[in-house]
Design a binder for this molecule. Structure first.
Ligand SMILES: [Zn+2]
Length: 412
């Protein structure tokens, strides 16, 4: 295959690849209002609110007191009309609108709103999944979320495009409040000796799993997450969560590195990032060889050590470039480095989408970069005399966009 053909074959294979998106914050259509979608949700997502507030034209208190549509008007005015929208979050909005055939340079925000208002919920979901190439996605399902949990019935897991993941952050990061809620639900989690009744807590996990059939358990952990006797959440993580994972065969996904609310007035946009000791991940993998760990870290500075650690542990699957890492320059650097260290044994991206339409731009932008990296690697191979066929390329691409994920989370 000559260079032009190679580029064409790689681009085509990546463009048409079906995706298993291993981590999102989306919901199936049956959850109705819980699923964020459309232009106002896109514009008022915290990526863009903080960028708008940086210009200081309106204070956060005044801004957040406004209704959503007025917040969206301000964001549109500040970021798109009076400046060029060069940030990745702004470009994402434009890529998304463009894929719907909307031209924001000639259409008003009003006519863009009309386009979305005319889509039914089911039509909207079908359209986005088709445009983004996402075949199935994994949600984030928190048993302590009072808005979401009441939806947990048979209808909740009927749509197989939307898979569940049991989010157990509250048990690890704010155990006191979580334990109180467990007691209220009839789980006697305080033992007679004054400690915690781990079997009762495990029963709670298994009851939750019976209800929603999760493909993995998940937790977001702070940068200072540690795994050693006496560290925060150690007993619950070892004797409840990991013990349950080992018994059930379910993997655990750990998302490490969010520094919560470094500026609380920014609301959901107030979180920062912190460097984490990767030794904790290595120790977890070493001491729990029968548990599968899916790990993603938020700090750029953690990426190399995490990839090196994954080389040593077949039970460690590295995935995605999220939030502050989901920028083209960083996605490229990280994907290239991971491929050089791990071959094809990683999950290059997940969307982390919280607004349905974000799936479109997040995957379009990531696919472009992953295709470039793959092409470069095949070209390097060609220089050694190793030729890849179109079938080889199709096989590799399938692994990266769905095969590795399906194998990890046990779906077809
Ligand atoms: Zn997330």
């Amino acid at each position: 295959m000559n260079t032009t053909d190679l580029r064409h074959v790689v681009q085509k294979a990546v463009e048409t690849a079906k995706i298993v998106d291993v981590h999102t914050h989306l919901y199936p259509p049956c959850c109705d209002k819980l699923l964020l979608r459309g232009i106002d949700d896109l514009l008022t997502y915290h990526y863009l609110t903080v960028e708008t507030l940086r210009y200081g034209e309106i204070g956060p208190e005044k801004f957040f007191a406004l209704p959503k549509n007025l917040q969206a008007d301000i964001i549109w005015d500040v970021l798109f009309e009076r400046r060029s929208p060069v940030s990745e979050s702004c470009r994402g909005i434009l890529t998304t609108l463009n894929s719907y055939g909307l031209d924001p340079t000639s259409e008003s925000l009003g006519s863009i709103r009309t386009f979305f208002a005319e889509l039914s919920l089911d039509e909207h979901v079908d359209l986005v999944l088709e445009k983004s190439g996402v075949k199935s996605l994994v949600m984030t399902n928190n048993p302590f979320d009072e808005e979401e949990e009441p939806h947990w019935g048979p209808g909740f897991i009927k749509d197989e495009r939307f898979r569940t993941a049991l989010r157990i952050d509250d048990m690890l990061n704010s155990p006191q409040a979580a334990l109180k809620k467990l007691e209220q639900r009839g789980y006697n989690v305080a033992s007679d000796t004054g400690g915690l009744d781990y079997p009762a807590m495990k029963k709670f996990l298994s009851d939750c799993a019976d209800r929603i059939k999760p493909v993995y358990l998940a937790a977001s952990l702070p940068p200072d997450f540690d795994w050693s006797e006496g560290s925060a959440g150690y007993g619950i993580l070892r004797d409840v969560v990991l013990s349950y994972c080992e018994e059930s065969g379910l993997p655990i996904a750990l998302m490490i590195g969010v520094k919560k609310l470094i500026n609380p007035v920014m609301g959901l946009g107030g979180d920062g990032v912190g460097f984490s000791p990767v030794e904790a991940v290595a120790k977890l993998c070493l001491e729990n060889p029968h548990v599968k760990f899916l790990v993603t870290m938020l700090a750029r500075e953690n990426q190399h050590e995490l990839a090196v650690t994954a080389r040593k542990f077949p039970n460690l699957m590295v995935f995605g470039c999220w939030w502050f890492l989901n920028n083209p320059s960083l996605v490229e650097e990280i994907t290239r480095m991971r491929m050089e260290l791990l071959g094809l044994s990683f999950i290059p991206q997940h969307s982390d989408a919280r607004v349905l339409d974000q799936l479109i731009y997040k995957w379009k932008h990531s696919k472009g970069i992953i295709a470039d990296v793959l092409f470069d690697k095949y070209e390097d191979l060609a220089r050694t005399g190793w030729q890849v066929s179109a079938e080889d390329i199709a096989r590799d691409v399938e692994m990266l966009f769905s095969g590795n994920a399906k194998e990890q989370i046990g779906i077809k």
